[in-house]
Design a protein around this ligand. Structure first.
Ligand code: 4G0
Length: 256
């Protein structure tokens, strides 16, 4: 998978790509990320990339030409048919499904917008889509670009080790995670659910699925709505609900 980032702060992107899971994907060569800096495409003596806003007001606006020229180079480095995505606070909300589609696509150009503004004619005529990583304003699209890259990299075969992949599968199943515990078994009276120390792997799997279902129902009901449940899952969730409402169900009993 190849990703190009059009950004005025390439060092920010490169630095982040040197670490962790994404860093490993780049090292292994399953992911290639290249930065294209509009400033290197400015043609005047002062390497100007922005200018005052028509209509007045504070803040500078990124000019079309340096952006377009950087984007042209970016596209030349990617397979044909690569999507051009502008990262702005007002874009379509990025989710796991979009990460999967991007992973399956030819290539991806991410254009990091900036708070002050990008000339609308560039966004309109040179990009295919606008994405946002959530409803909050940042000072630039670089952090969103890194978020998008991380989410995609995790989905590329060869990025994650087998242990990490196993964890990932439970998440992308559309449920939130179940709770995790490690030693010691008792911290100031806070104990580990007994089933996790039982060695009964079938019971542990059932308990984890039940916790994932219960927590999704409590915290992200819309995810559960979208995903649906089979008969076994419905029964597990019902037991979770009863236990939670009465405190006398079988979940706690099996933990004590
Ligand atoms: C374009 C993305 C770019 C428009 C970028 C801001 C948050 C996100 C920028 C704006 C960003 C996000 C309309 C404020 C640069 N901030 N949530 N900052 N507006 O993905």
């Amino acid at each position: 998978m190849r990703i190009a980032v059009v950004t005025l702060f390439p060092a920010m992107i490169r630095e982040a790509l040197a670490h962790g899971v994404v860093g490993r994907a780049v090292e292994r060569g399953v992911l290639k990320v290249e930065c294209f800096d509009p400033r290197e495409h400015a043609t005047d003596m002062h390497r100007t990339v922005d200018d005052r806003s028509y209509g007045g007001g504070p803040g500078m606006v990124l000019k079309v030409e340096p952006l377009r020229s950087a984007l042209r180079d970016a596209l030349a480095a990617l397979p044909p048919g690569s999507r051009r995505v502008y990262l702005g606070a007002d874009g379509r909300k990025f989710d796991q499904g979009m990460a999967r589609e991007a992973r399956d696509g030819a290539g991806l150009v991410l254009v990091a917008g900036r708070y002050e503004g990008v000339d609308e004619r560039f966004i309109e005529s040179e990009t295919d889509e606008q994405w946002s990583i959530g409803d909050y304003v940042l000072s630039g699209g670089e952090l969103p670009a890194l978020v998008v890259i991380d989410a995609i990299a995790r989905l590329i075969p060869g990025t994650l080790g087998s242990a990490e992949s196993a964890v990932q599968e439970s998440f992308s199943d559309g449920l939130v995670d179940w709770p995790h515990y490690t030693r010691p078994p008792n911290i100031f009276g806070l104990t580990v659910p007994k089933v996790l120390m039982s060695g009964d792997h079938a019971a542990i799997s059932r308990w984890r699925l039940q916790q994932a279902l219960g927590r999704t129902w409590l915290r992200r009901p819309e995810l559960l709505e979208r995903r649906g449940m089979n008969d076994e899952e419905r029964a597990l969730l019902e037991e979770f609900m009863i236990e939670r409402a009465t405190g006398t169900g079988r979940i706690e009993d099996s933990q004590r």
